[in-house]
Design a protein around this ligand. Structure first.
Ligand code: AMP
Ligand code: MN
Ligand code: MN
Ligand code: MN
Length: 277
């Protein structure tokens, strides 16, 4: 049985391991095809690929692009693209630019409830300062003892309606898909089970995604329940989407599901890797 893990993170964004360590861990876990999909940044791909090449593991270039759709933050995964493509790189640079100012606004909001100098604290956790993320704030909050773990920090401080959440303009769905396709890649909806969409909103979203050139959907994900897997298998069949799967591994201490530790895709779906070059 082929083990594919097409969604993972390194310290190039908000993961805890270096890109090389992610690839080494995937090799040790018996992964056959790995994609590193850091948020909005391609900086880890070279080092991860070097490890994969020397170990005989197949490596796929990946990225997870932050977009806004219907007022919610949604993620689109890009797979198997040319990492030197100008349009993709310029697009990602434009999203990264907004992250620092967003982090400063988050910090200002948190200051109002008496938690000072969060920006500086979070920055210490961001190896890639252009990729400052809510995850880095969460780790800092755990360090200073505000919450016991990252999950509780999100629940109490970093999601819509909580004091450290600020709205932000990410890319549009159309832009993200266009950048991926321009670079010769395949666009996939990341962990669709995580979005708080009604049935109709999900359909509207998938219609629009397909209309823009989106080809795939994550059916099996580290954040999907069995119900989610069933639901998105049905939608993959109905829309004719390729099926993707990935752990969304961020690090041994923060992820329940390890690299390669996800269930296999339902037999009748077309796996996204059948379309890789
Ligand atoms: P950002 O891109 O800065 O908005 O941060 C989003 C990242 O935060 C996601 O990629 C996850 O790694 C993490 N995240 C989002 N929601 C949660 C949650 N409820 N618990 C733990 N981590 C989360
Ligand atoms: Mn993340
Ligand atoms: Mn995501
Ligand atoms: Mn992810």
């Amino acid at each position: 049985m082929l083990i594919a893990d097409l969604h993972s993170h390194s310290r190039a964004s908000d993961g805890l391991l270096s890109p090389a360590e992610v690839a080494q861990r995937a090799v040790a876990n018996g992964v056959d095809i790995l994609a590193l999909t850091d948020h909005d940044d391609l900086g880890g791909l070279g080092a991860a690929r070097a490890v994969a090449d020397s170990s005989g593991m197949r490596f796929i270039n990946g990225v997870e692009i932050s977009i806004e759709w219907g007022g919610l933050q949604v993620h689109i995964v890009g797979l198997d693209f040319d990492p030197l493509n100008g349009e993709l790189n310029e697009g990602l640079a434009s999203i990264r630019q907004g992250r620092v100012s967003r982090a400063q606004r988050m910090s200002a909001e948190l200051e109002k409830i008496g938690i000072a100098r969060c920006f500086e604290g979070a920055m210490r956790y961001a190896e890639n300062p252009n990729l400052i993320s809510r995850s880095h704030f969460a780790r800092y909050f755990v360090e200073i003892g505000i919450c016991k773990d990252v999950r509780s920090v999100f629940e109490s401080y970093l999601v819509p309606g909580k004091p450290g959440y600020v709205t932000h303009r990410w890319a549009s769905l159309d832009q993200a898909v266009r950048w991926i396709v321009a670079a010769g890649g395949i666009a996939a909806v990341a962990h669709p089970g995580r979005y708080k969409f009604s049935r109709q909103e999900m359909r509207n979203f998938l219609d629009e995604f397909k209309g823009c050139g989106g080809k795939a959907i994550e059916v099996v994900s580290g954040s999907h329940s069995q119900d989610n897997v069933n639901q998105f298998s049905r939608l993959a069949r109905e829309y004719g989407f390729l099926a993707s799967c990935g752990s969304d591994f961020h690090g041994p201490e923060e992820s329940y599901i390890d690299l390669g530790g996800i269930a296999s895709l339902p037999d009748d779906l077309a796996p996204v890797w059948t379309a890789f070059r």
